[in-house]
Design a protein around this ligand. Structure first.
Ligand code: G3P
Length: 215
């Protein structure tokens, strides 16, 4: 499984990159709005830190505007991927961008059919939002499981990014259903190595080591 970080904050990205487990970054307009400075410059800086796909999102609602914005985002760096919402206009844009060789990440996906249609249009990545589905008592991982099955049945190359992750269990479940990628907020990714028995074990070893004769 690949790990992306779901943030536009450079310090968080640098810290996660230093752990050696980061494969990419996803952002969205909300995450970029929390950072100071020009969004294109911020995306460029992110690309210089992480050697992997970095998603930036369009905000146009019409295909022509989406394609125009996507070209600008793709021009920031070779690793840029363009997030397009799953709408009919989005589909048109995905088809055109795929033909131009621009990678897309179809976003705001909440159903297996949306994911199937995005894959048919040629999207590189698809992002089901599990947390937002769970929020309305509709199990998000069930949708991911169905997308995995459908993509396997028809050999689609589109990779599934489990997005809107709220807790470490989402990542375990994504692994069990066979999703390709999890995009994880900093506060969650930081927790992945934590276990109280590990902390307790380290403390006990250090205490006992004090009793060992070293010279
Ligand atoms: O970047 C898309 C997605 O991960 C957003 O997550 O927490 O705003 O539902 P959230």
């Amino acid at each position: 499984m690949k790990f992306f970080i779901d943030t536009a904050n450079l310090e968080e990205i640098q810290e996660a990159e230093s752990w050696g487990i980061l494969d990419g970054v996803t952002t969205n307009p909300t995450l970029l709005s929390r950072e100071e400075g020009n969004y294109k410059e911020n995306l460029k800086k992110i690309c210089e830190v992480v050697d992997g796909p970095v998603s930036g999102e369009v905000v146009s609602l019409e295909a022509d505007g989406m394609v125009e914005e996507a070209r600008e985002i793709a021009a920031i760096h070779d690793n840029m991927v363009v997030k397009i919402p799953i709408t009919l206009e989005g589909l048109k844009a995905i088809k055109r961008l795929t033909a131009e060789g621009i990678k897309t990440n179809t976003t705001l996906v909440f159903s297996p059919l949306q994911a199937l249609i995005a894959a048919k249009a040629g999207t590189t990545f698809v992002s089901p939002f599990v947390g937002r589905m769970d929020d309305i008592q509709s199990p998000g991982m069930d949708v991911v499981e169905k997308i995995v099955k459908i993509y396997d049945n028809y050999d689609f190359e589109t990779e599934i990014i489990v997005a809107s992750i709220r807790n470490p269990i989402h990542i375990v479940d994504a692994g069990i259903v066979g999703a390709d990628i999890c995009t994880i907020p900093y506060k969650v990714i930081k927790k992945l190595v934590s276990h109280p028995k590990t902390d307790e074990g380290i403390e006990r070893f250090l205490q006992d080591w004090e009793k060992v004769e070293k010279q």
